[in-house]
Design a protein around this ligand. Structure first.
Ligand SMILES: [Zn+2]
Length: 237
């Protein structure tokens, strides 16, 4: 379940595992601004700054071992704090969102975690299912995966044209009201996770719509501005 702490949305199951994480709100400012980020993390007790990907609306998943100091393209992170991946303990990773879905993943022990930036393009490419497959490569069975979808644009505001709707061939994902078509992105994420064997009870969804709530969230669809919220994840705490 998502709860709000100090203008930050957090998932109570991740909190219970002691994993530092969250999705910022508009009240905390544009997190693309470095000074804002530094101030935020200082108040949160995290000294390290997160690394970010060059987000390309893909289904490409990155491990921190692939980082080489230069900017790397992709839309999801996996951190592993056991075995060969134990160097990930100190890594803080982040993604930018303003309507896209920030989706957190973790295993039962909480030592393998992931964070994905899912817009409609990434979801249409199957990114939710890809995350389950990538966790599988880390030795995590689908039934041991939990996921939490943070605040994002709900289908009430995600009106699309036929070129987008046709990327979502499953009936439950596309909502038609007369001439107007909406895509329910979180429903498609739920469906992909179910199809890949993640138990339904392991997945939670924020019901906050970023486009409906201008006081709480930036929304690219509403504002068409380059203002971003940040989702972050770190195994350290
Ligand atoms: Zn809405």
């Amino acid at each position: 379940m998502w709860v709000k702490n100090r203008d930050l949305y957090q998932e109570d199951r991740l909190q219970a595992l002691g994993i530092a994480h969250g999705v910022t709100t508009r009240i905390l400012g544009d997190m693309k601004v470095l000074e804002k980020r530094i101030g935020f993390f200082r108040s949160f007790g995290i000294q390290d700054q997160p690394v970010f990907l060059k987000q390309i609306h893909s289904a490409k998943v990155i491990r921190s071992s692939q980082l080489n100091g230069s900017s790397i393209e992709g839309d999801a992170w996996i951190l592993n704090n056991r075995g060969r991946g134990s160097g990930d303990k100190d890594q803080v990773v982040g993604i930018w969102v303003a309507d896209c879905l920030p989706v957190f993943f973790w295993n039962r022990e909480g030592d393998i975690v992931g964070l994905a930036h899912m817009g409609w393009r990434g979801i249409a490419q199957g990114l939710a299912g890809v995350m389950v497959e990538e966790f599988g490569k880390e030795g995590v069975a689908a039934e041991d995966i939990s996921a939490a979808v943070g605040p994002h644009i709900l289908h009430c505001c995600f009106r699309v044209g036929p070129e987008v709707a046709q990327k979502f061939p499953v009936d439950s994902t596309v909502v038609r009201e007369g001439e107007t078509t909406y895509v329910n992105l979180s429903e498609e994420v739920r469906r992909q996770l179910e199809e890949h064997g993640v138990p339904e009870e392991n997945v939670t969804f924020s019901l906050k719509c970023t486009a409906c709530l201008p006081e709480e969230f930036f929304s690219y669809r509403r504002e068409k501005l380059d203002l971003r919220m940040m989702a972050f994840l770190c195994l350290k705490h």
